[in-house]
Design a protein around this ligand. Structure first.
Ligand SMILES: [Zn+2]
Length: 106
């Protein structure tokens, strides 16, 4: 999965090589450029910062601010198919296996 992320240097898509869940609201991912001629790798953090709508099942240990209206409007205007999902498709085993098949992972 590339999630629409691109390499800062060659602008090719990057894939998530592996990731770790640091907290229910924070995930660290290790990214690899899909351009074999480039081969850049990155460390990235994905953080849940705001609520866009209140949950139906409330967890009192989670303390997130409600997003301001401008932020909620911005979220509605994007294409949902292009949006990053923090939890889905973080199939580390699959991604790492695919890279190993191409000789890219160590
Ligand atoms: Zn690159």
């Amino acid at each position: 999965m590339s999630y629409g992320l691109s390499c800062a240097h060659c602008h090719s898509k990057v894939r998530i090589r592996t990731s770790t869940a640091d907290h229910v609201l924070l995930r660290t991912a290790y990214l690899q450029c899909t351009n074999e001629a480039c081969g850049a790798t990155y460390r990235a953090s994905f953080e849940v910062t705001h609520l866009l709508s209140p949950p139906a099942v409330y967890n009192p240990t989670i303390n997130l601010p409600m997003a301001p209206s401008a932020m909620r409007r911005e979220a509605r205007s994007g294409d949902p198919a292009q949006q990053f999902d923090l939890y889905d498709d973080f199939d580390d085993e699959t991604d790492l296996t695919q890279l190993e098949e191409h000789g890219a992972a160590k």
